[in-house]
Write a protein that binds this ligand. Structure first.
Ligand code: ZN
Ligand code: ZN
Length: 620
């Protein structure tokens, strides 16, 4: 057949051959058609796919093509499908929908591929109106059993934010596969319905790596890193093969939790599994090591990277800044610029942090102005916060205030908080009062600001004012958020809440503290009860102070970890002045390195000193 056809084609003069196989418009097609009739050559010589593509988009020519195809093609839908596919994947997917309408007008019976290609176009356009029409066609022609189509319909409704319709479709599906469940989970997570997504996840009859990974990432995004890690361990136990997206998700969970041991295990695992060179995995590793207080490892990962992205550079700069290695952060930045990498907004947050930790006001100013001038980056509220912090730490409170007044954006709590912190260190009551007024408005239930203001009054011996603020706190119902610290021992996270004596090792913890206290007092430790804002006896205040969650976690760590090993503690709030002073002494007494990650930064206590060089009290 093939031979006869091609010999027929070759029997035509060369110009006619070109016309028959290479026509570019309906007009040329008609000429070819006429020629074939005249020479009595079979019409089937004309390539049907070409007929379809040349005539698809015009109403008149469509009708002609339809007749022509019907003439020698039994299933002309097959020809149209390839045309629909091309259009759905083109820059104007709406043409696929137009062609589909025409096919319906001419009663060309669609098959499941037809529906798939048109659904693809609807998905690209987020067009649920036409999607609904196709959904109807799927039902009408009995394609409900086609899982691919059903999943595409689910996905389309999900993308268009029609979760209740998606849910309805899901419930009515005659059968479901793992993709159907995954689609539902994806869209529930995206719509912010974590509980709903988890409900689907837990009811899934079978899960694949995608299901697990999605759920782990969802946990991280919803501030539930502990649950994320739990899921990962479960997944590992039942032997699901992990991919690099899973690795990234679980590493982010480790970073949030400060779960260094698990993070290191994942690092090893990713090397063994061949993800060791994946840039996203490596970037997340840098972030994880930085947030777990392991700057050395972060540096090693960064230095060994073959290819770095701006995310890698920014993560390293930020890491160095929050660990107090400001000079090195600036050096890394220069290196990055020399290598021709363009910085982004995150890079500058790291740089400004570094400057503010070193008190480099001029450098900070320079970075702030060059970010827009040289790199076209518009400062975000975080950048303004950093600048106010920089001025405030350096004691340039008037400049800080002026800077806030001239900001093109409405200052937020971080901005005013930075000023308030500076006021505390540099003892400026007037500006502190102003900052607190704004903070009370912006974040009425946060107690940190009131505590700082009351301490500022107390330091200035304005007792009346100090007690007035405390009363205000009480009247407004502002409650101090309980401090909570966690420490990981042998892969288990132990949490301590301030004043908690319910732990199974509570007695040992208390004995350990008493012992440490004796040594500390010999070294001149005096409990700093000014951080306790309660109207109670001094002795009672000391008791509160000694029950701070990080102290409990530290004693627990000293009891349960081998001598000489590093102790790592995470705290939900800022470390208080008293714990800071105590930890410095303890690091020397027990000869251990103690790393504390609090809400703002890292403190690495070693040999009686802290890596922050006590340059930390200015933020509440
Ligand atoms: Zn404390
Ligand atoms: Zn410190």
């Amino acid at each position: 057949m093939q031979v006869i056809m091609s010999s027929s084609l070759h029997s035509l003069p060369w110009s006619a051959q070109t016309l028959v196989s290479n026509f570019n418009s309906p007009l040329e097609l008609k000429q070819a058609h006429a020629h074939l009739i005249k020479t009595n050559t079979p019409l089937s010589l004309i390539p049907p796919s070409r007929i379809a593509s040349v005539c698809a988009l015009s109403h008149l020519d469509f009708s002609y093509a339809h007749r022509l195809l019907a003439h020698f093609h039994q299933r002309q839908i097959v020809v149209w499908n390839s045309c629909l596919k091309t259009l759905a994947e083109s820059d104007s997917p709406f043409d696929a929908i137009l062609l589909f309408r025409r096919l319906r007008e001419f009663d060309v019976v669609p098959d499941s591929f037809t529906c798939a290609f048109v659904l693809k176009a609807c998905t690209a356009l987020l067009d649920d109106k036409n999607g609904k029409i196709i959904h109807g066609v799927v039902k009408k022609f009995g394609f409900q059993w086609n899982m691919v189509l059903q999943n595409m319909i689910l996905n389309l409704y999900g993308l268009c934010g029609e979760m209740s319709t998606a849910r309805l479709v899901f419930d009515k599906m005659p059968q479901r596969d793992v993709v159907s469940w995954n689609v539902m989970i994806t869209h529930l997570v995206k719509s912010g319905d974590f509980e709903g997504a988890y409900g689907f996840f837990s009811r899934m009859p079978e899960r694949n790596v995608r299901s697990w990974t999605m759920m782990i990432s969802a946990c991280v995004h919803c501030g539930k890193p502990k649950e994320g890690v739990q899921l990962f361990l479960e997944m590992e136990k039942i032997g699901v093969q992990v991919n690099e997206v899973t690795v990234v998700a679980v590493l982010s969970a480790c970073a949030d939790l400060g779960a260094l041991e698990l993070g290191m295990r994942i690092h090893e695992y990713s090397k063994r599994s061949g993800f060791g060179g994946n840039v996203r995995v490596l970037n997340t590793l840098i972030d994880m090591y930085v947030k777990c207080g392991c700057l050395e490892e972060a540096r090693r990962v960064f230095e060994e990277m073959e290819k770095r992205t701006i995310v890698s550079w920014s993560a390293m700069i930020q890491g160095l800044a929050i660990h107090g290695h400001a000079q090195e952060a600036l050096r890394v930045f220069s290196m990055m610029i020399e290598m021709g990498v363009m910085p982004n907004g995150v890079t500058f947050i790291g740089l400004l942090h570094a400057c503010s930790h070193m008190g480099l006001v001029d450098e900070g100013r320079r970075f702030f102005s060059c970010m827009t001038r040289d790199y076209g980056i518009i400062p975000e509220i975080e950048h303004y916060g950093c600048m106010v912090d920089l001025y405030s730490r350096a004691g340039l409170l008037q400049e800080a205030h002026e800077f806030i007044m001239n900001m093109p954006k409405k200052p937020n709590g971080v901005v005013w908080g930075a000023l308030l912190g500076g006021c505390k260190v540099h003892k400026n009551i007037e500006l502190a009062e102003e900052a607190t007024r704004h903070l009370a408005e912006l974040d009425p239930l946060n107690d940190g600001y009131y505590i700082v203001l009351s301490n500022i009054y107390a330091e200035a011996e304005r007792w009346e004012d100090a007690s007035r603020v405390r009363k205000l706190m009480k009247n407004r119902g502002v409650k101090k958020k309980p401090g909570c610290s966690s420490i990981m021992v042998d892969g288990v996270i132990h949490e301590f809440v301030a004043g908690d004596d319910s732990h199974s090792q509570a007695n040992e913890i208390s004995d350990m503290w008493e012992k440490l206290l004796d040594y500390m007092k010999l070294k001149g430790y005096k409990p700093d009860t000014s951080v306790v804002l309660l109207d109670v006896e001094e002795k009672e205040k000391e008791k509160f102070l000694y029950g701070h969650s990080e102290k409990l976690a530290l004693c627990f760590g000293l009891i349960n970890t081998p001598p000489g090993s590093v102790i790592r503690i995470m705290k939900n709030l800022r470390v208080c002045e008293d714990c800071h002073a105590a930890f410095k002494l303890i690091s020397a007494i027990v000869n251990r390195e103690i790393v504390v990650r609090d809400r703002n930064r890292f403190h690495c206590f070693k040999d009686g000193a802290c890596s922050c060089q006590d340059f930390w009290t200015t933020r509440c």
